[in-house]
Design a protein around this ligand. Structure first.
Ligand code: C2O
Length: 542
């Protein structure tokens, strides 16, 4: 199926304001957002595709869903409603830990606001799922309305499904959307490109389609006698931006701000412009950078976010293709091809314009990691385990699967150092819920094979062996990735040292966790086939 590139206009997703304005001042707001089955046109020449879409109503539901715009300090309440039919549109695999309703009817869903810092009951625990009309609910389901405090620093979040075992197929079906948290007092003076025309989220993901338009997903597992359907990673050949395959966008010779979210299940993107235009990074997935950083390419793992300004007045050509050259799986898989190596096209108007937007030399500076406040140092080894019966690889942490009891019990308000040791062949994007982290450094392991012998051990045992192995070359963290983040790429064969601040909140806002929160938060690899499927690990914030 060969679709012509750059024929559809880049859409803007509908915006939903997460606050009210009463007598000129913002007030908290309650929203109702549903999940609907409908058909979505991904391309001019592709028949409409059955999808699951978020929206205020079935009619207005889109893929990706509406962009929620929230204000710092103003609460947003959302009742997420499931209006999905009794059967899924994609094949799913009951042999992996999965939310299965007792009646076997209905599609379990639960929404996670990725990057949000809020109360436990609103975090979208994978076992807090519910089916249409809340008919059936998972074991940790607590309330229908989620409360987002919006007390954190301004930045880019996104919401997506998080149901146990179904995250991978629910995201593929379309359950994703952007959430922008603004803080006008702090951001306004920066004069960055602003407003609907110049400030745009770009949700980028890969899908494959059948000629009838439906989403193609290999429905035979790579080890069908054990997992009839499950595959460790999904890769599609068509690149979608804001719900259109390889769209085009007309731009003026001015600066634009793009909040680029990699919403793929497993594909990394290494973006670059074919005409040499640059990315001016102003923020990453959790916070602004202290100062802008200019790069020619941008590597995003699944769920990472690059918030960049692109200055089209610098373009020497009248069009520019946003392209991708990240092998898949990253870094040792296949090279990109004609299809998945292209993302979208910008068509640049000829005449120069006066630009009122700027990129100041100083952005927003947050406190640097304070190593003296570290309460605990942990060693976390990621290892892909293949059983004697050749069961497909499952990602383990310190030899423990997802179902094992929590081994990490950080205290809210404290910092910890985590040394994440990636003994697998792939780069794994580590995501931590309800904590922000900064990446300190990455050190290559020597004799990785020998070191694997101690990876089934507990924290302390790993600790006493690690110095013998973690003494290879050190890799600098790129400047645009040095801020506070919530996902980062764990390079294979390396120890990545991060400083995690649990419930990090900027300046004078206060927040306290419910210490009895059950069953705690997860940190996981954001390959959606892996985390909420067989592998992800509960940590309890105490
Ligand atoms: Cu973006 Cu636990 O997820």
């Amino acid at each position: 199926l060969q679709l012509e590139m750059f024929v559809d206009e880049l859409p803007d997703m509908p915006k939903i304001q997460g606050f009210d304005v009463v007598n000129g001042s913002p007030k908290s707001k309650s929203l109702t957002i549903g999940m609907f089955r409908k058909k979505w046109k991904f391309h001019r020449d592709l028949p409409p595709t059955p999808v699951f879409a978020y929206g205020a109503s079935r009619l207005t539901a889109t893929v990706p869903g509406p962009t929620i715009e929230a204000l710092h300090g103003i609460d947003t309440y959302v009742e997420w409603q499931n209006h999905l039919p009794s059967k899924h549109i994609l094949p799913w695999d009951p042999t992996i830990p999965t939310a299965v309703p007792a009646t076997k009817k209905g599609v379990p869903t639960v929404v996670h606001l990725h990057g949000g810092i809020h109360e436990p009951a609103s975090d979208g625990n994978s076992n807090s799922w519910f089916t249409a009309g809340f008919k059936e609910k998972g074991p940790t389901w607590a309330n229908a309305t989620y409360h987002y405090n919006n007390n954190q620093q301004p930045g880019n979040l996104w919401y997506h499904d998080h149901a146990m075992g179904l995250t991978r197929v629910n995201l593929l079906a379309g359950l994703i959307g952007a959430y922008v948290l603004r803080h006008p007092d702090v951001e306004g003076p920066l004069k960055l490109p602003h407003g609907d025309e110049f400030d745009r989220p770009l949700l980028v993901f890969d899908r494959s389609f059948r000629t009838n338009g439906s989403i193609y997903m290999n429905s035979t597992g790579n080890n069908p006698s054990i997992h009839p359907q499950w595959q460790p990673e999904y890769f599609g050949d068509t690149i979608i931006v804001n719900g259109k395959a390889w769209p085009k966008m007309m731009v003026r010779r001015r600066k634009y701000r793009f909040r680029i979210i990699n919403a793929s299940n497993a594909r990394f993107f290494r973006f670059f412009f074919t005409n040499g235009l640059e990315f001016i990074h102003v923020a990453a997935d959790s916070t602004y950078l202290g100062e802008p950083v200019v790069t020619n390419e941008t590597l995003l793992a699944p769920s990472e976010i690059a918030d960049v300004v692109v200055d089209f007045s610098k373009s020497e050509t009248d069009d520019a293709i946003l392209a991708n050259d990240a092998p898949y799986p990253y870094p040792s898989g296949d090279p990109v091809n004609e299809s998945n190596g292209k993302v979208m096209k910008f068509i640049i108007k000829k005449n120069q314009e006066v630009d009122t937007w700027r990129v100041p030399n100083k952005l927003i500076k947050y406190p640097s990691p304070d190593l003296s406040s570290v309460r605990e140092t942990r060693y976390i080894a990621m290892y892909e385990y293949t059983s004697d019966t050749d069961e497909p690889t499952h990602l383990y942490i310190n030899g423990k699967p997802y179902e094992a009891p929590a081994t990490e019990t950080p205290k809210a308000g404290t910092s910890e150092i985590w040394n994440v040791i990636n003994l697998t062949e792939d780069n794994h994007p580590l995501h931590i819920h309800l904590g922000l982290f900064t990446v300190l450094d990455q050190t290559e392991l020597v004799n990785k094979e020998e070191f694997k012998g101690c990876m089934f051990k507990e924290n302390d045992a790993i600790k006493c062996h690690i110095s013998k192995y973690a003494r290879g070359k050190k890799v600098e963290v790129p400047a645009h990735e040095k801020g506070w983040k919530n996902v980062y790429k764990m390079t294979p064969g390396f120890v990545t040292k991060i400083l995690v601040r649990f419930s990090y909140i900027h300046s004078n806002s206060s927040y306290s966790f419910d210490p009895t929160a059950n069953p705690g938060y997860v940190y996981h690899c954001h390959f959606n086939e892996k985390p909420l499927v067989v592998r992800s690990w509960i940590m309890k914030i105490m």
